[in-house]
Design a protein around this ligand. Structure first.
Ligand code: OFO
Length: 168
């Protein structure tokens, strides 16, 4: 059984995870039209992971006796100007998601809802991994500067860390 407060904040997270997926899809599509096939693949894969995170929240809320509500999503940007800026925005977005996962966990702790706390730990680890993975990419981009994207585009998928888990 979820408290009303936890059900509400988890429902808000459905929107955030779905928006994350759409944001990365928009970045993937932008990168693809710029000729960056490797970068596009990275963002397409990221978008799928975020979709899976959204599904995890939907199914968990329902499993715990709550009601998951499928929200509408705001439109993500169309252009991202440069690869460096797209990844800087990705890191900022992941930090925002990390703080929102922490906020949900905080509510679960207040509720003494141990099973939700346990379930949310997966997201805590996932966010640590995702932030680290984007930081590694930004470090490489800082070494390269704004140019020489050809090799970066070719090699970026080798920097990809497999998802912490795939089970929904
Ligand atoms: Fe949903 O994992 Fe990051 O945002």
């Amino acid at each position: 059984m979820l408290s009303k407060k936890l059900e509400k904040i988890m429902n808000e997270q459905i929107e955030k995870e779905g928006y994350s997926s759409n944001l990365y899809l928009a970045m993937a599509s932008w990168a693809e039209t710029m000729g960056y096939e490797g970068i596009a693949d990275w963002f397409y894969a990221q978008a799928e992971e975020e979709h899976m995170h959204m599904l995890k929240f939907i199914r968990f809320i329902n499993e715990k006796g709550g009601k998951a509500i499928i929200p509408s999503f705001k439109k993500p940007p169309v252009d991202f100007s440069t690869v460096n800026k797209a990844f800087a925005e990705t890191l900022k977005h992941e930090q925002f998601i990390t703080s929102s996962i922490n906020e949900i966990l905080h509510v679960a702790v207040e509720d003494k809802d141990f099973s939700s706390q346990n379930w949310l730990q997966w997201f805590v680890s996932e966010q640590t991994e995702e932030e680290a993975s984007v930081r590694r990419i930004i470090d490489k981009l800082n070494i390269l500067g704004e140019h020489n994207m050809y090799l970066f585009d070719r090699d970026i998928m080798s920097l990809r860390v497999p998802a912490g888990g795939t089970a929904i």
